[in-house]
Design a protein around this ligand. Structure first.
Ligand SMILES: [Zn+2]
Length: 264
């Protein structure tokens, strides 16, 4: 008798609008570019926010950091076009020195309230050491923690940064978080149809690729490994956090959840 390994089901929920928040240009393309492309192909609208412009992402101390930042923003804009985002925001925070402070959170709350995403994709703020070894970059950790803190409670609380709501950016409830590069993924999105596009997006980051084919092989290998979880050619794994049920899907549950929440 042939035994087949039990597979999880492919994750099928899709946001109408989503925002990707990352530390550096290229994080989004090493990260959720496959799922983002798949969602966009299915009709979702996406927006990318890079907290830094990667001005320390080189090996040459004589490089002009501002020149490097400009080149990397160009690379990220090209990659974002490949994926199909509606647009990219650069917050121009210092590479290697990103801090989850109130000014960064205010900037992220502005972005979230402006684009009004149903879901935010960002790093897993609980990851300091990756499962396979290796340290999660300090900017990745700061961006992830700031993104989570901006989503909840700040973006949905009209009294957080109250000048925003007073000036036309009302509170917005992000209903879901998709945490990438997590040590505990529990939702796998089928990216079999968009894996090549992720590689194309990565190819835009020429300044960061010293041995592109080796990098692409590693990324493809990772997608294939994740694909095995749901029995497809390629997948990306996420740690899913559901903050609110979808109103249209289950209005009663959403109202109960809202009623249970304290006023703050
Ligand atoms: Zn990075």
């Amino acid at each position: 008798m042939e035994m087949t390994e039990e597979k999880a089901a492919a994750h099928s929920w899709r946001p109408g609008r989503f925002m990707v928040i990352v530390g550096h240009p290229d994080d989004a393309d090493f990260g959720p570019a496959g799922a983002a492309s798949a969602w966009i192909d299915a009709g979702s609208k996406g927006w990318l926010v890079c907290c830094t412009s990667g001005d320390a992402g080189g090996e040459d101390p004589t490089l002009d950091p501002l020149e490097l930042a400009r080149a990397r923003e160009e690379e990220q804009r090209r990659a974002a076009e490949v994926v199909g985002y509606e647009g990219v925001t650069f917050l121009h925070q210092p590479d290697g020195a990103l801090v989850n402070d109130l000014p960064l959170r205010e900037m992220l709350v502005r972005e979230i309230r402006t684009f009004a995403p149903d879901a935010v994709m960002c790093g897993d703020p609980e990851v300091v050491i990756h499962g396979g070894g290796g340290i999660n970059h300090t900017d990745h950790r700061a961006a992830a923690m700031a993104a989570v803190d901006a989503v909840y409670p700040a973006a949905r609380n009209p009294m957080a940064f109250p000048w925003l709501a007073k000036n036309g950016l009302p509170a917005h409830r992000v209903r879901r978080l998709y945490l990438m590069w997590s040590n505990q993924p529990d939702a796998w999105i089928d990216v079999s149809a968009t894996a090549d596009r992720k590689i194309e997006a990565l190819r835009s980051h020429a300044s960061q690729l010293h041995d592109p084919e080796a990098v692409f092989a590693r990324v493809r290998g990772r997608m294939a490994e994740q694909g095995e979880k749901i029995g497809v050619v390629a997948a990306e794994g996420y740690r899913l956090v559901v903050l609110d049920q979808d109103p249209a899907e289950n209005v009663e549950v959403a109202e109960m959840v809202a009623a249970d929440k304290p006023a703050s």
